[in-house]
Write a protein that binds this ligand. Sequence first.
Ligand code: GRG
Length: 296
Amino acid sequence: MKTKSFKEKLNEQTAFIDGYLDKYLDEKDNPQNIIYKAMRYSIFAGGKRLRPILMMNVCKMCGGDVNEIIPFACAIEMIHTYSLIHDDLPAMDNDDLRRGMPTSHIKFGEATAILAGDALLNKAFEVVSDYRGDDVKRAVKAINMLAVSSGTEGMIGGQIVDMESEGREITLEELCYLHLNKTGAIIRSACTIGALIGGGSDAQVKAVDEFAKNLGVAFQIQDDILDIIGNEQELGKPIGSDLEEEKNTYVRLAGLEKSKELAYVYSENAKSALAIFGDKADFLIELTDYLTKRRS
Ligand code: GRG
């Protein structure tokens, strides 16, 4: 039997998660139908499903059953999507395009876009709190990790630090702090929730956390690099906007060559952290290379 390529496995997992998102976000034929349309528009706008894919593969690597993690995997994608909808709003980044498509507020208007983001956040916690399994204690811990990582000590914390640092040049250390929270916190919880539900040992959870911390930084640096050397069509948004808007990015603070070097170092550190898993980590190692060499 032909073994599947990395890309085939990735596409298969994306379709798997899309099927469950489709069920959870089933459109209702009622007077509030437009909110379902707006939620679905952004969820099905072509995201890579990075966080659910990380979660499912960490769960599997730790010996767990992927079916148990599905509600958490869908919830984290809903939280990620809500953050993008709100980040694109006129009050924040004021972006008209994401993944090559009109952003939510351009398509549905600002008020509906705000509510679509809010509704996805609520839906995420509705889905994970509808837990029917035996290990309620573990599920509650995972729900807590999801909430903390997307809140004031995680993604929202990083976003506000980012907003507060606008208009002044910050240090590389401050930039790292900002991204460890803004981008890194939910990448990290995707992985540690995967390890928790997967039944990972303390040493495995620690290794997974180290992997996720480094991957999050490498991912963000690559995002900053793509703003300079990316292709508008592949990225689905204008190139050079970070530079034009004088945003604090790795490229602005460290330069392009140094940023490429840093992305390489962090991605190598991420991969090394998985050594204790042996060949069970093969897919996540390939995923790390894929993400840090990605063009979109
Ligand atoms: C508004 C609460 C609130 C938070 C916003 C995460 C965030 C905080 C904003 C997103 C803006 C941004 C460009 C962050 C950098 C991280 C990043 C590259 C996000 C995009 O993640 P991908 O590439 O997105 O996984 P897809 O499109 O594949 O889903």
